[in-house]
Design a protein around this ligand. Structure first.
Ligand SMILES: C[S@@+](CC[C@H](N)C(=O)[O-])C[C@H]1O[C@@H](n2cnc3c(N)ncnc32)[C@H](O)[C@@H]1O
Length: 254
């Protein structure tokens, strides 16, 4: 039985003390089914995705980083990425395209494309992001933001002619180019206003059975998103399923 142990936890003030506690817990408990990382600690779980050799090799290849600290950050989202690939695969049987707002370096979308052999699905994937950060902008800056990121992400998807990388601010960019029917959507903008703006334009385009994954829904640091999104979905007669990964899942039943 495999374990996953990663050092990336957010909001820890004394990491030496914190990881001493983690090490102690790992020693005390039967060391099986442990997922440690991304502010998640499980014991005695199946963690079936660790046994999916194809998924794990695609994940590891696409989250490789020469800087070990950055690699830990990229790899800590393993369970979240499993949720995304599961939802995306489940939505292949529905009419409509895939959307991600926002894609940053395109890592999770690239993993989905490779895992699902996206070139042969007959679907299109629309990826949006600003790709840059300037002082005064609403979103926080991330290490890869910069004037060349848009081109780098286009290059990353060069082998996927059915993936469209769009630079612009959501929701405005959605008015210029977006699919009419959506089977799978991933919202990860870290901004309540931008996510509600995206939902107002795109949610009605999600087909029955289609799924939406909200990356930040369960995280206290982004509780403004939950507060804005719960009433939005209530108006549609829906509730978000809060997942242990911090993601939220919405299934559009009709
Ligand atoms: C956490 S990252 C996305 C990570 C990505 N979903 C993944 O799985 O690898 C958040 C991204 O939101 C983008 N962003 C923030 N506000 C935005 C807006 N209004 N329109 C488009 N992108 C935005 C930022 O540029 C940043 O790259």
């Amino acid at each position: 039985m495999k374990n996953f142990v990663n050092s990336c936890f957010y909001g820890v003030s004394d990491s030496t003390e914190f990881f001493r506690g983690v090490q102690q817990a790992l020693k005390e408990l039967a060391p099986y089914g442990i997922f440690c990382g991304d502010n998640l600690f499980t014991i005695g779980r199946n963690l079936g995705f660790l046994d999916d050799a194809v998924f794990m090799s695609i994940f590891e290849r696409n989250t490789h980083n020469a800087d070990p600290k950055q690699q830990e950050i990229e790899r800590t989202v393993l369970w979240r990425t499993h949720v995304l690939t599961w939802a995306a695969r489940s939505c292949l049987k529905f009419e409509g395209d895939f959307v991600e707002c926002a894609c940053y370096k395109g890592t999770s979308a690239k993993i989905i494309c490779e895992y699902l052999d996206f070139n042969n699905t007959g679907k299109h994937y629309y990826l949006y992001d600003l790709f840059e950060h300037e002082e005064g902008m609403d979103h926080h800056s991330m290490p890869a933001h910069g004037s060349s990121l848009y081109q780098q992400v286009q290059q990353r998807f060069a082998e996927h002619p059915n993936v469209h990388v769009i630079q612009g601010s959501v929701p405005e960019a959605l008015l210029l180019k977006a699919p009419e029917k959506i089977a799978f959507m991933h919202l990860d903008i870290n901004s309540a206003a931008a996510e509600i703006g995206a939902l107002e334009i795109l949610f009605d385009r999600i087909v029955p059975g289609g799924m939406l994954v909200l990356d930040d829904y369960g995280w206290l640091a982004y509780s403004a998103q939950k507060q804005a999104e719960d009433p939005f979905f209530a108006k549609h007669g829906l509730r978000v399923l809060e997942l242990p990964t911090g993601q939220g899942l919405v299934v559009k039943f009709r």
